[in-house]
Design a protein around this ligand. Structure first.
Ligand SMILES: [Zn+2]
Length: 402
């Protein structure tokens, strides 16, 4: 590729008749920016630093920002800027990308030069070109391979212009620029980061997997990761659309209460349920409710049972079921999982403070039993999942005890 003359000033983008040099602008900027520049009115008077354009918040296409776009200077103050980090951390991009940028900016990415400083290596040659020490600035911007990659990208970045601007400033400026321009549409931020990411991944492929340097591979990696980001974003958006905005989205919340530490995958799992029905007239000696429990497996099992109980309400009955299930399971294993379809009961285990008095003592006893074990979990599951226990409890309540 022939070298272009350096663009130093906004005026360099104009013809001698004070018109925009369209072909030069199309060559040097991506469509988005080029259109904005070309749509900017050039005033008749000769004050290049007061040109207006729609691209900055102030509406002023300042000398400084034109200067900046070609990396002639630093538009924003510094990368210690708290605002910058807040904005970066808020971006809807992969967390690993945020950390990656953070590492580049703080000069702690394990480039060969950084490793040499820590005494880890003596080989500092760029794995792409073998012609220069591997610094961040070199592999990400100045290496012939990196230049090729940026030239092929749609971002309109001349990575080798103003090589004296430190890579950290360079990156921060571009992130800032795209962020300010595009707002919630992170596509260009993502293109920028995924390109850097592709460079880094390919660099690792060469060092650790013996691949040979290939700029196309970098573009391929960058594109596939950008695509992955896009898909993730779409999935998230679909999930968010499904989530009702009014009221709590209860079905996505997991209710679980635990005690002890899980040190094994060998635990005993039991499903429990209660059958309780409000009666209009309570006859004396009538069993009001029943509970059932069964090992949570597909085979028929010796560990199952049911029992008639008295209960004031369904929640109390469910708590009894959990207590009984817990005791049964504790006879078999020190690691117990109890599954119930009653969310309220699990919530009560998690937070006793709002629990009614008739429930509280049962909750406390469940916890006592649980703490005798190595590991205990009580988890809310679907109604279908506790069907075995449900049937046992129903039969028991109706008097067909097995
Ligand atoms: Zn190189």
């Amino acid at each position: 590729m022939p070298e272009q003359p350096p663009l130093l000033l906004v005026a360099d983008l104009m013809t001698s008749q004070r018109r925009w040099n369209a072909s030069l602008i199309w060559r040097n900027f991506d469509q988005h920016v080029a259109k904005k520049i070309l749509a900017t009115h050039i005033p008749d008077d000769d004050e290049p630093d007061l040109l207006r354009w729609g691209g900055t918040r102030s509406g002023k296409y300042s000398f400084k920002s034109g200067y900046w776009y070609q990396n002639r200077g630093v538009l924003t103050s510094s990368y210690d800027n708290e605002k910058f980090w807040k904005a970066l951390w808020k971006l809807n991009i992969f967390p690993k990308w945020k950390h990656f940028c953070w590492k580049i900016i703080h000069r702690i990415l394990p480039t060969k030069i950084n490793l040499q400083k820590r005494g880890v290596t003596t080989d500092v040659a760029c794995p792409f070109c073998n012609q220069a020490p591997e610094t961040e600035a070199h592999i990400f911007r100045l290496c012939p391979l990196a230049r090729m990659v940026w030239r092929s990208s749609q971002l309109g970045i001349n990575s080798d212009s103003q090589a004296s601007v430190p890579i950290q400033e360079w990156l921060v400026n571009f992130l800032h620029y795209f962020y300010n321009q595009d707002g919630k549409n992170e596509e260009r931020v993502v293109q920028l980061i995924s390109t850097l990411w592709g460079i880094w991944l390919h660099r690792n492929e060469i060092i650790f997997r013996g691949m040979s340097a290939n700029p196309e591979r970098i573009l391929e990696l960058a594109q596939s990761h950008a695509l992955r980001w896009k898909q993730t974003k779409e999935v998230k958006a679909r999930q968010a659309a499904k989530t009702p905005t009014n009221g709590k989205n209860t079905h996505l919340q997991i209710s679980i209460w635990r005690a002890g530490a899980c040190t094994t995958t060998d635990y005993f799992s039991i499903v429990v349920d209660a059958a309780w029905k409000r009666k209009k007239k309570v006859k004396q000696k009538e069993w009001e409710a029943a509970i059932g429990w069964a090992e949570d497996c597909n085979q028929s099992t010796s560990c199952s049972g049911s029992k008639k109980i008295f209960a004031h309400d369904s929640l109390q009955a469910e708590c009894y079921a959990i207590l009984e299930g817990t005791k049964m399971a504790a006879n078999i294993s020190k690691n117990v999982v109890v599954k119930t379809d009653c969310k309220e009961a699990v919530v009560a285990l998690k937070d006793e403070t709002t629990v009614a008095a008739n429930i509280l003592t049962i909750i406390q006893q469940i916890k006592q039993e649980a703490r005798k074990l190595d590991y205990y979990v009580c988890i809310k599951v679907s109604r279908d999942s506790v069907a075995k226990a449900h049937n046992l409890a129903q039969q028991e309540r109706k008097g067909f005890s097995v």
